[in-house]
Design a protein around this ligand. Sequence first.
Ligand code: ATP
Ligand code: MN
Length: 465
Amino acid sequence: MKNPLIKELLALEPQGQEVHVQGWVRTKRELKNLVFIEVNDGSCFRSIQCTFDLNTPLDEPSREAIKEISTGAAVHIEGKLVPSPAEGQPLEVAGTRAVLVGPAPAESYPLQKKRHSFEFLREIAHLRARTNTFGAVARVRSRLAFAIHQFFQSRGFQYIHTPIITASDCEGAGAMFQVTTLDLEGLARSGKPVDYTKDFFGKPSYLTVSGQLEAETYATALSRVYTFGPTFRAENSNTTRHLAEFWMVEPEVAFAHLEDDMELAEEFLKELFTVALTDCREDLEFFDSRIQNGIIRTLEQVVQSRFTHMTYTDAIRELEKKADRFEFKPSWGCDLQSEHEKYLTEEVAHGPVIVTDYPKEIKAFYMKLNDDGKTVRAMDVLVPRLGEIIGGSEREERLEVLERRILELGMKLEDYWWYLDLRRFGTVPHAGFGLGFERLILYVTGMTNIRDVIPYPRAVGQADF
Ligand code: ATP
Ligand code: MN
């Protein structure tokens, strides 16, 4: 790469050295004979100011370009890196040459300098990465995705690629998208029943809702594994916390119990927050001042604190004390609603809470049964503002107990033959969890709608771009 990024230029000592700047114009201002052009290339939050003095010798094409440059245009600027007389920026480029690489006509370019609503920006998602907010979200996403790999790789975890298409609705974590090559219109016209032996895989198949079951097969061979990939849920819930396509991180650890799982989840979140606080500082400062006041302080406090632990039974007891304030009355056996999660994190714990030992009826079949026969070794990590950010459990490693549970739920043992094999051959206690990557980004940035922390959100009725 010949030309430096603006991030690299901003880190230099200004000594009048020749530099090239390439990027997109955020603003152009004119003051008498001076023209100030703010250029941003997305490499960091800040833009670099390029100043042209029209009273100095400039070639004719440059004068023409300076005249035509407008917000959104792609430019190439040459000049000298000098200390800036302006406040709030240590350096600027004293321009000597300007090239208008790609114009952005002011009459039609939708991103003029004024503030746009997130709703509007969702409609022009192909351009929104050029705004401060979406540039910052993209950088935080990128850095944290890398941090996830660093966290696990430095602890001996192997990265496993679990399938996206699955022909077994094993997990039951949510409604699934069907994948088919059958001619649906032809079938509808024929009025005949669907013959899945004619479908691509010879049976109904779907997009995965979780890589967990496959990850378990590798954990019971490689000891510590993780997946990090897209997952799909055909949830008809139009909330600010659910997407139809989202990225999930799922570690799975052999010879581990629920306590180890909770420990791992807490260490994991704290490390990711620490990386954001140190490596995404400028972006977080923006979120702190413009999106969610105090987010930096909150993250710093969470990193310092111990997460509160609470059993589901204790959580319900706590909620019942304040029963009148909830729309959904809390009672033992019901799933925690988001208003309950909000109360527990914001008013009881004042920070993240790990709730454990949920009733088996509201959790998945593979979670390890406690001795009480009623609850399972599940754990959810709840955080203020969002509620559930992580869901995990110790898995049932006892063959008979797992078989009994599968039958109890009216499912067929033969559908789980390979999963049950893990309990037949060299079974071990093991545990893992799933972190919704976009929920993590929501928490770290303070953004409120999950559709604004993924480049191209997919949700009910929304699959544009
Ligand atoms: P919720 O109760 O919030 O709908 P869940 O219990 O259905 O979540 P899990 O099956 O436990 O979710 O999935 C593990 C994690 O994946 C969750 O803790 C959450 O962070 C994330 N997640 C689940 N569903 C979605 C979704 N539709 N969009 C984005 N993230 C999700
Ligand atoms: Mn969950």
